[in-house]
Write a protein that binds this ligand. Structure first.
Ligand SMILES: NC(=O)c1ccc[n+]([C@@H]2O[C@H](COP(=O)([O-])OP(=O)(O)OC[C@H]3O[C@@H](n4cnc5c(N)ncnc54)[C@H](O)[C@@H]3O)[C@@H](O)[C@H]2O)c1
Length: 417
C-alpha cells in the first residue's frame, strides 16, 4: 500500500484540464509530469498542478508522451487525449509497468484492444476505463436494486449517448477538438460506454456473461450539414463535407445469457441530453426520462396503479448506494454531479493498493471494442459481427473481483460503517 502516488497526466483539452483539477483534490496524489501536443495546453497543465494547495514539487511538461514515459518516475498515467490515441498511449505506459486510466470513447481497432489485454497479461499492470457513469447516483442506486433482485432477472437493457454536439463537432478545427475527424471519416457507435458500462456491470459481463454479437445500423447523416447551413452559412468550407457518421446509430448487442442491449448514438440533431437508461427485468422496469430527473419505475405488484409509472425518487432514496450515502455526507465534489471524482478516486485507490481496478482491462477492451465492431456492422447493413472474448474463456471462471468501496461488480456493504 502506497500513501502517495505519482501520476503523469496526458491530454489537457477541456476534459483533461477539469479532470486534472479534480485528481489533485484526492489525498496522496502528486502529478509531477503533464503532456499535450499543443504547447499552451501542456503549460496550462503546469499551472493547474502548481495552483493546487498541496503542490510542493516541480512539475515538468512534455509535448511527446513517450518522452514523459522515458524520463519520469511514475506509478500511473491518466490519459485524456483523443479517441484514436487513448489505447496506444495506454499500451506504451503499461509496457513501462505503469497503471493506465483512459477517458471514455470507442476503440479505433480490434487489434489495439487485443494489444491492451496482452500487455496487461504480460506486464501485470492494468488499464481502467474512466467510465464515470458507473459511479452516477442513479446508476449506482439502480445497481444496488438489481443486486437485491428488485427487477428480477434482467432480459433487456438500453442506453445511449443522446447529446446535441453539433457545434462542438463542427468547430473542431477552431477549438482544436478531436471529434470532428471521427464524424467526417467513421460511421458507427462512436461513444458506446456511458451507458454500456453500467449495463455491462448490471449483467456481469466478463464475469459469468459476455457480449456475443453486434448489429448496428446508421441513419442518414444530415444534422451537421443543416447546422453549418443555419449557423455558419454556405460559404463555410465544411458545408460541402460528406459526413460519414449517421445522425442516429442504433446498435444491438446479444449476450451469452440471452440479454439484449440497445445503444443509441445521437449527437447530430437538436435535442436535449439523455443517456436513455432502460432496464427491463421479469419483475419490473426502470426508464430514464429527462436530464436531471430521477426517472420512472414500474415494479410488479408494487406500482401505485397498475400499468402506470411511479416516480423513481423514493426508490432511489430507499436504495441509495452506500458509496453515495457516504459521499453525500462528506461533501459531493464537482464534475458531472460528482461521479468524476468517484471514478478518479476508484483508480487512485487501485494504484495505491496495487490491485485490479473495478473497471479492469478486460472491461475496458470489451466495452471500447463495440465502436469498431459497430463500424464493421454498419458497413454491412447491420449484419452481425462477433465480439472477441478478451478473457480467452475465463469469463466463465474468473478469479474473484477485488471487493471495496468502489467495487462495481457488487455492493460491498462491509466497507461502509
Ligand atoms: N467522461 C466524460 O464525461 C467525458 C466528458 C468529456 C470528454 N470526455 C472524453 O475525454 C477525452 C478528451 O476530451 P476533450 O473534450 O478534452 O477533447 P479535446 O480533443 O478537446 O482534447 C484532447 C487533448 O488531447 C491532446 N492530445 C491528442 N493527442 C495527444 C497525444 N498523442 N499526446 C498528448 N496529448 C494529445 C490534444 O492536443 C487535446 O488538447 C475524450 O476522449 C472525450 O470523449 C469524457
Amino acid at each position: 500500500m502506497k500513501d502517495v502516488i505519482n501520476i503523469g497526466f496526458i491530454g489537457l483539452g477541456g476534459r483533461g484540464a477539469g479532470m486534472l483539477g479534480l485528481l489533485l483534490q484526492i489525498e496522496g496524489i502528486r502529478v509531477p509530469a503533464v503532456c499535450d501536443i499543443i504547447p499552451e495546453r501542456a503549460e496550462r497543465g503546469i499551472d493547474i498542478v502548481e495552483s493546487a494547495p498541496e503542490c510542493d514539487y516541480t512539475v515538468n511538461s512534455y509535448l511527446d508522451y513517450k518522452e514523459l514515459l522515458d524520463k519520469e518516475k511514475l506509478d500511473a498515467v491518466v490519459i485524456c487525449s483523443t479517441w484514436i490515441s487513448h489505447l496506444k498511449i495506454a499500451v506504451d505506459a503499461m509496457k513501462k509497468g505503469l497503471y493506465a486510466a483512459v477517458e471514455v470513447g470507442g476503440a479505433a481497432s480490434v487489434d489495439e484492444c487485443w494489444q491492451l489485454v496482452r500487455t496487461a497479461q504480460k506486464t501485470g499492470t492494468h488499464c481502467m476505463l474512466l467510465e464515470n457513469c458507473c459511479y452516477a447516483r442513479n446508476e449506482m442506486a439502480l445497481f444496488n436494486m438489481i443486486k437485491k433482485g428488485i427487477f428480477g432477472e434482467l432480459v433487456h437493457l438500453e442506453g445511449g449517448y443522446r447529446h446535441d454536439l453539433r457545434d462542438e463537432i463542427v468547430l473542431g478545427r477552431e477549438n482544436q477538438h478531436g471529434r470532428l475527424k471521427n464524424f467526417i471519416n467513421r460511421n458507427g457507435e462512436l461513444y458506446p460506454t456511458h451507458q454500456l458500462g453500467p449495463i455491462a456491470k448490471a449483467i456481469n459481463i466478463n464475469r459469468g456473461n459476455r457480449f456475443l454479437t453486434v448489429n448496428a445500423v446508421a441513419s442518414k447523416a444530415r444534422g451537421l450539414h443543416q447546422w453549418i447551413k443555419d449557423y455558419k452559412g454556405e460559404d463555410y468550407d465544411l458545408y460541402k463535407t460528406d459526413f460519414q457518421c449517421g445522425d442516429v446509430v442504433t446498435t444491438l448487442i446479444k449476450c451469452a445469457h440471452g440479454e439484449t442491449i440497445q445503444l443509441n448514438h445521437d449527437c447530430c440533431v437538436p435535442r436535449p441530453y439523455s443517456r436513455d437508461y432502460l432496464i427491463e427485468g421479469t419483475k419490473g422496469t426502470y426508464m430514464e426520462t429527462f436530464e436531471g430527473e430521477p426517472g420512472v419505475i414500474y415494479i410488479d405488484g408494487q406500482a401505485k396503479k397498475k400499468h402506470n409509472w411511479d416516480d423513481f425518487l423514493p426508490w432511489r432514496e430507499k436504495y441509495e448506494h452506500p458509496l453515495w450515502k457516504e459521499y453525500e455526507t462528506s461533501g459531493v465534489k464537482a464534475g458531472h454531479g460528482g461521479m468524476d471524482y468517484l471514478v478518479l478516486s476508484a483508480f487512485a485507490e487501485s494504484v495505491k493498493e496495487g490491485k485490479t481496478p473495478p473497471i479492469d482491462t478486460y472491461d475496458t477492451a470489451s466495452w471500447m471494442v463495440i465502436t469498431c465492431l459497430s463500424e464493421q456492422s454498419v458497413s454491412m447493413a447491420g449484419a452481425p459481427v462477433p465480439v472477441p472474448d478478451f478473457t480467452d474463456g475465463y469469463w466463465i471462471e474468473r478469479e474473484p473481483f477485488p471487493r471495496g468501496k468502489y467495487c462495481v461488480d457488487d455492493v460491498c456493504e462491509e466497507f461502509f460503517e
